[in-house]
Design a protein around this ligand. Structure first.
Ligand code: BGC
Length: 748
């Protein structure tokens, strides 16, 4: 079976939402869930456009669900096609991850006994970011039939009931194009959607309008064996489009641009658009593919799956856009960006498309005003990044309070915005990694140094002088099952790195950055403070028993045997038996925390310490976050714990693609998808990035035949091949470069 194709041979309507998420199509500009054309009550037909956030009063901003264009109601001799009635005689659906096309063939016997073949295909163009195209064909198999299609723009969409748009203006133009124009209620983003049809045969065509809907109604008598095909081409444009970032925008321009995008695409038609988009996908795969031949179809496919989603989740040009924790595949996490981006996803772009990595970091630069405000709000200097971010001016997007407790009637305060501060160091870490990989001085001068110094100023102020050293108290670490802890190892080590990087800039190259910041701070004092805190920040070291405290007092937590929960396939099961307050007191962890450091800063710890601590903390970790398994996989590889590594790697592949769970219903898990790439390239491939360059020390997992992966490093591109004979690296383009391969400096 091809590793490029996700297939399904039965409708599986019970797991429709999971399918819609994992088969999502997109191009970084927009994401369209793989909902069926005909209506089902369980369907969640989300089209999401990156950056189109709206914030209902008293809530936080979220990506607004855009009017749906995937719909097509099909009536066949007065019977409505729907797979919950009649009989499905044949069903073949697939998402071709090689070219991004979603197709579905259904042979259906209607309740009255007539047979039909229906074919659906859809793309979100990889070559034209504003365009989606769809094709629907109907072939009566047993008799001539009156075929009626109703297809258009359905504005009756909400985010789980929350309305984000005003009543749309609807237009039908003489050339057959129809348009819908809307504005988000609070953020006032104008959205223009246009569609046009290409129809295989003459037919009756009319317009149908309902409240917030605008459709074309087509009807025709179709003979037995004849195929009636309708292509629907749709364009999306909005006032926050990158094209208008520095230029002129007005409503008229938006509409005419939207129509122009559409008209060009209509002239091409579905097949040519597919051809063009496929070529763009081909170029992508040729440059970025991690090619795994593991001998296990599922594994090979899951690695392709991760790259498919990595390709469609990030805008390629717009530096005002982040990557949501569910990317553009569903409403989960409201489209917000977390530390997931820098720590789990960005390394993939760094190695395959440094340009995209740079623009993701520019997004963080754009967020500096928000980060400065946030620091100020909490009484600190410097830049404190939002735990969750949306549009660049939206501010901290993390909810302050959870829902009211049904029993107590009280609101639970969420502490993440105020105390899950490690994200600030995560952003800096990514800036440093970017610089190590690219040597991009221009980026550092323009953006990077400022991020590093402003965040270091925050840490220098946030750290408290206590016990003759600096400590960081009252935080949530990477592990979210513990709150208000002191000296979380992950946070302290990451903050330390941040401080050291800034200290280096301020010592070696202070002029530009000090001039930039001197109106806000006495930079001489500030540089001293940063150096002092960097020098004296408490970094937890192994205790007598070899265990590093994940935070102060971790060993006094109540012991708890969690074998039962660890053996379950699902997550959060412990909450069926215990409340959060109890879990906070137990020696039970949600996800990799200290263990993160053994990946990000492996050179700081000896192997024995890593092994001891990995075993100690893993035994107590539930992996209730999808961010946990990939990190455990790659640290286990480093320890030579191959069986364990393979198990975690497999678990990570199953987060979205596994058979049993519905936890992808509200969208895929972007971090875990980045984590598949991490576990492959940084885990098995043993890639590490540091000041002195990159090192690669690959292993071939048990049973695998080979794998290869590309890396862009300092303007050159190399490809690493690993098979039973060993490993070799080839330079594909650029100048000679030196890397460390299996411990030896090698010039390629
Ligand atoms: C995890 C966080 C993560 C967030 C978004 C939470 O469940 O604990 O680490 O950033 O999900 O993916």
């Amino acid at each position: 079976m091809s590793k490029w194709i996700l297939t399904s041979d039965k409708p599986d309507l019970g797991r429709m939402r999971k399918h819609e998420s994992i088969w999502t199509q997109g191009n970084g500009y927009m994401g369209v869930r793989a909902s069926f054309e005909e209506a089902y009550t369980k369907a969640v037909r989300n089209t999401l456009i990156n950056g189109v956030f709206d914030c209902p009063k008293g809530e936080v901003p979220e990506l607004a669900v855009i009017p749906d264009a995937t719909n097509c109601d099909i009536t066949l001799d007065k019977e409505v096609f729907n797979m919950i009635c009649g009989k499905v005689d044949k069903y073949e659906a697939s998402l071709n991850m090689e070219n991004g096309e979603f197709t579905r063939l259904v042979e259906w016997t209607c309740p009255k006994g007539k047979k039909y073949a229906l074919a659906f295909s859809r793309i979100v163009s990889d070559a034209r970011k504003h365009i989606m195209a769809q094709k629907v064909s109907v072939t009566p198999l047993s008799d001539d039939a009156d075929v009626e299609l109703l297809t258009g723009l359905d504005g009756k969409v909400t985010n789980s009931g929350v309305q984000h748009f005003n009543n749309p203006e609807k237009r039908a133009y003489p050339d057959g194009v129809k348009g819908m124009y809307l504005t988000t209620l609070q953020s006032k983003v104008d959205v223009a959607i246009h569609f046009g049809l290409k129809i295989s045969h003459e037919c009756n065509e009319g317009i149908s309008i309902d409240r917030r809907g605008l459709y074309s109604r087509l009807s025709r008598k179709v003979q037995k064996g004849e195929t009636f095909t309708v292509e629907k081409i749709v364009s999306y444009a909005h006032s926050r489009d990158f094209e208008y970032a520095d230029g002129e925008y007005n409503d008229e321009k938006l509409r005419s641009d939207g129509r122009a995008y559409l008209n060009e695409a209509i002239d091409m038609g579905y097949d040519k658009l597919l051809e063009e988009s496929s070529l763009s996908w081909k170029n992508f795969w040729e440059s970025s593919l991690v090619d795994v031949k593991s001998g296990n179809d599922f594994v090979d496919k899951a690695v392709v799956f991760s790259q498919y989603h990595l390709h469609i989740m990030a805008s390629h040009d717009d530096n005002r856009l982040g990557i949501g924790a569910k990317a553009l595949s569903g409403e989960g996490y409201m489209g917000h960006s977390f530390w997931d981006t820098e720590i789990y996803i960005l390394p993939y772009y760094l190695c395959t498309q440094p340009r995209v990595a740079r623009r993701l970091l520019e997004y963080r630069y754009m967020l500096l005003p928000v980060a400065k405000n946030k620091a100020n709000r909490f009484g600190f200097k410097g830049a404190m990044y939002p735990w969750e971010s949306a549009w660049i001016t939206d501010g901290e997007a993390c909810l302050e309070y959870g829902d009211i407790d049904l029993l107590t009637g009280k609101k639970r305060k969420f502490m993440m915005a105020e105390t899950e501060i490690h994200i600030t160091a995560g952003v800096s870490f990514a800036v440093w990694q970017y610089y190590c990989m690219t040597g991009d001085e221009e980026f550092m001068a323009e953006y990077g140094n400022e991020i590093l110094v402003r965040t270091a100023i925050f840490w220098a102020d946030r750290a408290e002088k206590k016990n003759g050293r600096y400590e960081i108290c009252g935080v949530i670490g990477a592990d979210e099952y513990k709150e208000d802890v002191d000296n979380n190892a992950y946070t302290n080590y990451m903050a330390h790195k941040n401080l050291v990087l800034a200290d280096k800039i301020l010592r070696e190259n202070p002029n530009h950055i000090c001039n930039k910041l001197s109106r806000e701070y006495d930079m001489e004092d500030m540089a001293k403070k940063i150096a002092e805190v960097a020098e004296n920040l408490y970094l937890p070291m192994p205790e007598e028993d070899g265990i590093i405290n994940q935070f102060d007092g971790v060993k006094s937590l109540k012991p708890k045997d969690i074998t039962y929960y660890k053996n379950l396939d699902t997550v959060f099961d412990i909450f069926k038996d215990y409340g959060l307050a109890e879990i906070l007191e137990m020696a039970v962890f949600k996800q990799a925390d200290l263990v993160m450091l053994f990946y990000l800063m492996s050179d700081k710890f000896d192997k024995e310490t890593i092994r001891k601590n990995f075993e100690y903390y893993e035994e107590r970790t539930l992996h209730d976050s999808s961010l946990s398994m990939c990190i455990h996989a790659l640290v286990a590889v480093g320890l030579g714990m191959n069986e364990m590594a393979d198990k975690f790697f497999y678990d990570c592949l199953c987060v979205d693609l596994g058979e049993n769970t519905n936890n992808s219903d509200t969208g895929i898990h972007s971090a875990s998808i980045g984590g598949i790439w991490l576990a492959t390239v940084m885990g098995y491939g043993g890639l590490r990035i540091n000041d002195s360059g990159i090192s690669i020390s690959p292993i071939l997992p048990q049973g695998w035949e080979s794998y290869s992966f590309p890396i862009y490093y300092r303007g050159s591109k190399i490809k690493v091949f690993v098979d039973k004979a060993g490993c070799r690296a080839e330079r594909v383009s650029g100048d000679e470069i030196t890397i460390t391969l299996n411990g030896n400096k090698t010039t390629i």
